[in-house]
Design a protein around this ligand. Structure first.
Ligand code: HEM
Length: 200
């Protein structure tokens, strides 16, 4: 903690950091893997969506486990970007452009999630509707960037997370963690792109 940082501010930063992994990052991973069902075709995908939406108490679960954590993380994250704040500890280690892309990807993810949730949760949510959206070049670029930016933001965030929580303290452990995260980024991106291509 920097000497000028107030204790409550330190706690807010820790909460923001933790929310990025639990539940948001874990949900993102689960969501990507579940959407692989789209590769089985419209019937399989629509059945999976219907099963999920028919789950008892799904709205409350989504609200508590997904919407509220993302809203809290996004509101504080937007304030961090706006106020040009940086975690002194992290800034020393991270390369400058990773720091910048973390912020750009966070803002893009916010726009993407808002439109994605509107399309999939509050209007017609099925294979055909998403397929129609993705067949338009603008829709395809918007979704591809959204998926890649969200994954980048999560994975790059995990690098900072490990420093924030004192998990990777020295340069050696940070290097190993970096290699592991490159693999995670490639895997998740591969899954994300496979999901998108299933709708084309
Ligand atoms: C898919 C949704 C998201 C996931 C999985 C996610 C995950 C993460 C993770 C794991 C971190 C690193 C925490 C740490 O520094 O210890 C982080 C940092 C950050 N997130 Fe997100 N996030 C998401 C959405 C957003 C959104 C919508 C914004 C809005 C602008 C945002 C803004 C930020 C910012 C600014 C940081 C850096 C904070 C700092 O350097 O102190 N994130 N995020």
């Amino acid at each position: 903690m920097s000497t000028t940082q107030k204790p409550y501010h330190f706690l807010i930063r820790r909460a923001h950091s933790l929310l990025g992994l639990v539940p948001i990052g874990l949900f993102l991973t689960f969501h990507m893997v579940l959407n692989l069902s789209a590769r089985g075709g419209p019937e399989v995908y629509d059945k999976v969506i219907a099963t999920m939406q028919g789950f008892p108490g799904i709205f409350i679960i989504e609200l508590v486990v997904i919407f509220i954590p993302i809203a809290v993380h996004a509101i504080y994250g937007t304030w961090v970007v706006y106020s040009g704040q940086s975690n002194v500890l992290r800034y020393k280690y991270a390369r400058n452009w990773f720091y910048i892309i973390q912020r750009i990807s966070g803002l893009y993810t916010l726009v993407f999630i808002t439109i994605h949730v509107y399309l999939m949760r509050f209007s017609e949510a099925n294979f055909a509707a998403l397929s129609e959206f993705l067949r338009q070049p603008v829709g395809l670029v918007f979704y591809t960037l959204g998926v890649i930016f969200a994954i980048f933001h999560f994975v790059n965030g995990l690098w900072a997370f490990a420093i924030t929580w004192g998990i990777t303290i020295g340069p050696h452990s940070q290097k190993i963690w970096l290699y592991a995260l490159v693999v995670v980024f490639i895997l998740l991106s591969g899954i994300g792109l496979a999901n998108i291509s299933a709708f084309l």
